[in-house]
Design a protein around this ligand. Structure first.
Ligand code: BGC
Length: 361
């Protein structure tokens, strides 16, 4: 009897041990919101790639709330994660979550957006965000003829470091064309006042972004565009050139400009290659988007996580200063998508099946 109870106890112990080892979540992923197609796409691509890689992982969303983000990170730490992949809701506020992970011995990979003002970030996988903004500038400059063209600039959320990088890229191309009179900025007197300055300080960028921010929010974007159109005179309308910061806000802004009778033609940028925006491009309602191939970003994040799980260091191609340290990073190139290359870039490349779209030639 004693012997039997010993065997049963030992078996139970082994089973418990095995469960705790194998049920452990190796990698925790925290994404900013479920309310934008961009981040749902990242989740989908992550789940596919993690399955292939044989890594146990859990994805949690912060729903635009830094407190929820921190709670998500704490939950994942208690589940025993070894690596945290996190796209911060607010770059500076997320420093506390990164610090908590670091303290628990978890490696921190900043995903797409950089966590600022902490030494607790081990690695950064991202797209070349300065190039994204430059692609908007290049596109708009190419469409403009003569002088005095109406330019409207919109930005992302000031709490997102990327909003500054996108702005920096756009400014690098647009500023000389504002300074030489090709464009006239119609919705930011701060941008007008700084238009002779090629390189802006972060505070100067922040002053313009503060005036033209969409907060990455569709209704804020619509409200801002409506307010701008209300104060604009007829000569500030006609043909307009709009630097919109991503696809969701671009659709809101485009719809708002489209219903203003004094706007005869608009050119508008975007980014993310969201399915509804690809349809807008096919339909001629959005002029361009920037394809940021999420499959590559996910692959890079998983490769880095695997390196950390093996206690090695992932390869870097550059570093990004987060205000406190130089974070090793691997940026990925971007692709401009317009009506001319939409089929090749989006469908023929296998990014999305043609069945998502109508009228694609
Ligand atoms: C991302 C964009 C996204 C935006 C709003 C940025 O940090 O890089 O792809 O559209 O946030 O979520």
């Amino acid at each position: 009897m004693k012997r039997l109870s010993f065997i049963v106890t030992s078996l139970l112990f082994v089973m418990l041990f095995a469960t705790s080892v194998f049920a452990q979540t190796q990698v925790g992923i925290v994404l900013p919101t479920k309310d934008e197609p961009r981040w749902i796409q990242d989740q989908t691509r992550f789940l596919e790639a993690l399955k292939t890689a044989g890594i146990s992982a859990e994805v949690l969303f912060s729903q635009g709330d830094s407190a929820k983000e921190k709670a998500n990170v704490e939950t994942l730490i208690t589940k025993g994660i070894k690596v945290l992949i996190i796209c911060p809701q607010d770059g500076s506020a997320a420093a506390a979550a990164a610090d908590a992970a670091k303290k628990a011995g978890v490696k921190v990979i900043s995903y797409d957006r950089l966590i600022r003002d902490t030494a607790s970030v081990d690695y950064y996988v991202t797209f070349d965000s300065v190039q994204v903004g430059a692609a908007w500038g290049d596109y708009l400059v190419k469409q403009a003829k003569g002088k005095g063209n109406n330019l409207y600039i919109y930005a992302g959320a000031a709490s997102d470091n990327n909003a500054f990088l996108f702005f920096e890229g756009a400014w690098s191309v647009l500023q000389p064309k504002i300074a030489d009179g090709t464009f006239v900025v119609r919705n930011s007197d701060k941008a007008v006042a700084l238009s002779k300055k090629a390189k802006l300080t972060r505070d100067e960028q922040a002053s313009i972004i503060g005036q033209v921010t969409t907060n990455w929010n569709f209704s804020d974007a619509k409200n801002k565009a409506e307010a701008n159109l209300t104060t604009a005179t007829a000569e500030m309308k006609g043909t307009v050139y709009i630097a919109a910061p991503n696809d969701g806000t671009a659709r809101s802004i485009a719809d708002t400009f489209a219903v203003d009778k004094a706007v005869k033609k608009y050119y508008i940028t975007g980014q993310d290659a969201e399915i509804p925006s690809i349809q807008y491009i096919i339909d001629g309602k959005q002029s361009m988007t920037v394809l940021k191939d999420v499959r590559t970003l996910v692959k890079d994040a998983i490769t880095a996580a695997q390196a950390f799980l093996k206690s090695t260091v992932p390869a870097k191609t550059t570093t990004y200063n987060n205000g406190k340290v130089e974070v090793p990073a691997k940026p990925t190139a971007i692709v401009t998508v317009t009506k001319d290359n939409v089929k090749a870039a989006i469908v023929d490349s296998g990014y999305y099946p043609a069945s998502n779209f109508t009228g694609l030639k």
